[in-house]
Design a protein around this ligand. Structure first.
Ligand SMILES: Nc1ncnc2c1ncn2[C@@H]1O[C@H](COP(=O)(O)OP(=O)(O)OP(=O)(O)O)[C@@H](O)[C@H]1O
Length: 327
């Protein structure tokens, strides 16, 4: 039996910008098994959000999937009519968006807001919505659900609002939860609580999580499998243990080296341009991309993922293929 809840194959996404076409995501393949937390890690602009928005067919209007396949429970999402996507979004696949706190409606009680999905998908009779909301509030750790139910977003702290977003995201008991940097704006203790909550939900309901992050510390703690993304490509992937024990791509090594360490005062991931890479090749194969700038030409040379040890993949330049277009 196919245990993959989500399978992305050779995804390519481009944008039309100022009459020019730019590739944002290229040859991305990724899979998530039932019950797994899969991390997609890379610095800002590497293509993590665009990959996940493609899953939900929520790309910005100037973006398009040019190539590839995305299946959820064996069903192709890229060819799915909008009417069917509406049944899947928020119901079977739910996403906690980056900066979503700002999207909470300031003039609606949070208790009512968290039942919007249940109402839309008609999963609970109207008269039971409040009971369901109170249960959800309790589930995401509020000790006083009845009081929080009647509050407005502005009356809650950042961490509490993030809990409300999680309550909303899990209200329909999705099988796949996509969490895009769910803790960026929160302090370290609250970050942990939020990630623990997502992890608890995943285990409790045997769901799966796609965790988008730029923090390898978070990956170490919560992920089963890791995809490292750079310049729109997956450049390395393996199970979390292997990635930490034997990272091969210099970008992965740099990310691991940049895990925030409270003792030395380093707080945030440096930009990729701030690193100097000592390795340029591995067993005679050149890493792709070899230059770490955001000049898209450096990402357009032919490259492919190579299995360097069982179930551990690294992207190298494809010396055999001299053609420039990626196919
Ligand atoms: N509407 C758009 N028009 C043109 N280019 C876009 C658009 N949205 C995203 N991009 C480009 O797509 C690329 C990937 O962006 P994406 O948001 O997926 O990165 P990310 O890794 O999720 O970064 P972050 O962590 O900052 O969200 C970037 O180069 C970005 O400039």
């Amino acid at each position: 039996m196919d245990q993959h809840i989500l399978q992305i194959k050779n995804l390519r996404v481009s944008f039309n910008k100022s009459k020019q076409k730019t590739t944002a995501v290229n040859d991305v393949s990724l899979q998530i098994e039932v019950g797994q937390t899969v991390a997609l890690i890379g610095e800002s602009g590497s293509g993590k959000s665009i990959t996940s928005l493609s899953v939900l067919q929520l790309l910005p209007s100037n973006g398009q999937v040019e190539k590839g396949s995305i299946t959820f429970n064996g069903k192709e999402l890229l060819k799915m009519p909008e009417k069917e996507m509406l049944e899947i979004r928020g119901n079977e696949i739910s996403m906690i968006f980056q900066d979503a706190i700002a999207s909470l409606n300031p003039s609606m009680k949070v208790g009512v807001q968290i039942t919007e999905g249940l109402k839309y998908h008609k999963l609970v009779p109207k008269e039971e919505l409040k009971t369901e909301a109170l249960q959800l509030l309790e589930q995401v750790g509020f000790k006083n659900p009845a009081q929080v139910y009647n509050q407005y977003p502005d009356q809650l702290s950042g961490g509490m609002k993030q809990r409300i977003l999680i309550a909303m995201a899990i209200s329909c008991k999705p099988k796949l939860l996509i969490a895009d940097e769910p803790t960026t704006a929160l302090d370290v203790t609250i970050q942990r609580q939020v990630l623990d909550l997502i992890d608890y939900y995943k285990t409790d309901l045997n769901a799966s999580v796609l965790l988008i992050t730029h923090d390898f510390g978070v990956v170490a703690e919560y992920a089963d499998w890791v995809y490292v993304m750079l310049g729109g490509h997956i450049v390395e992937s393996a199970d979390v243990y292997t990635i930490f024990k034997n990272p091969v791509h210099p970008y992965t090594k740099a990310l691991i080296g940049s895990i925030p360490n409270p003792e030395n005062g380093q707080e945030r991931l440096k930009s990729i341009q701030d690193y100097t890479f000592e390795d340029t090749s591995y067993n005679g194969k050149k890493f792709a991309p070899a230059t770490y700038t955001y000049d898209s030409s450096s990402f357009d040379a032919p490259s492919s993922l190579v299995e360097v040890e069982p179930m551990h993949y690294v992207r190298f330049y494809d010396v055999e293929r001299k053609v420039v277009a990626i196919g």
